[in-house]
Design a protein around this ligand. Structure first.
Ligand SMILES: Nc1ncnc2c1ncn2[C@@H]1O[C@H](COP(=O)(O)OP(=O)(O)OP(=O)(O)O)[C@@H](O)[C@H]1O
Length: 219
């Protein structure tokens, strides 16, 4: 698998500099947290890494390929767990996971197997048939994580994936992200949660768009 590399990546919204030029390389197998206060630029960085934002400056590459838009990045295995989960509320938890897999051409049996495994990884093996609108905020967040797990991403970008979770479920969610890294994925998680950040390999701290390593990546 390929490195994810940002070079002089910068984002400005009108007059607001949301992300100052940033160089970052994350390798397969690494789990990195992005921390910082509200408005620091964490989501902006994740969306820029996801190819969803056209940066004002710099570039993002996955291996030798520049990420130019969200569709292309998704096709290269770049998966996002968005803040606010992005699930279809009138579908069941399992349908939210299985439908995108089927639309990507994953064989039906394999799609259902991955869905069951992913729901189990976040402790929701009993909730697959519940409509999203019937689930709590924390359960919905876990479904969003499960959907990303089932996608078998090369790059998994999770925006505050544990914000609505209690301690036990947070542990499970971070453990599931760790398993993704062990599988060989690049995993970047924005978080406000110091305990979740502590469990990652490195912590990049953002403040007013300026990034500094609190714990740098090694290896
Ligand atoms: N689409 C947009 N247009 C204009 N300004 C934006 C836009 N999105 C974000 N911003 C601004 O850019 C800055 C960084 O926002 P961003 O959402 O990246 O921060 P964050 O660290 O993820 O915050 P939070 O922890 O609250 O989610 C903020 O000042 C925000 O108001």
């Amino acid at each position: 698998m390929n490195d994810l590399r940002a070079e002089a990546l910068a984002v400005t919204y009108d007059d607001l500099v949301a992300l100052q030029p940033l160089d970052l390389t994350v390798r397969p197998g690494q789990l990195v947290s992005v921390t910082g206060p509200s408005g620091a630029g964490k989501s902006t960085l994740l969306w820029a890494l996801a190819g969803a934002l056209r940066p004002t400056g710099g570039s993002v590459h996955l291996g030798g390929t520049a990420l130019v838009d969200r569709e292309q990045a998704a096709g290269l295995g770049v998966v996002v767990v968005p803040q606010g989960n992005g699930l279809a509320s009138s579908l069941t938890a399992a349908e939210n996971i299985v439908v995108p897999l089927l639309s990507q051409g994953v064989d039906a049996e394999e799609a259902h197997r991955r869905t069951e495994e992913a729901l189990a990884a976040v402790g929701l093996e009993e909730s697959g048939n519940h409509l999203i609108e019937e689930l709590s905020g924390g359960q919905q967040q876990r479904v969003a994580i499960a959907r990303a797990l089932a996608a078998r991403a090369d790059v998994l970008l999770a925006d505050e994936p544990t914000s609505d979770l209690d301690a036990a479920n947070r542990e499970k969610a971070v453990a599931a992200l760790r398993v993704e890294a062990i599988r060989g994925a690049i995993v970047v998680m924005a978080t406000h949660d110091p305990e979740a950040a502590e469990q990652t390999d490195a912590e990049l701290h953002l403040d007013a768009g300026v990034a500094q390593w609190r714990r740098p990546l090694t290896g």
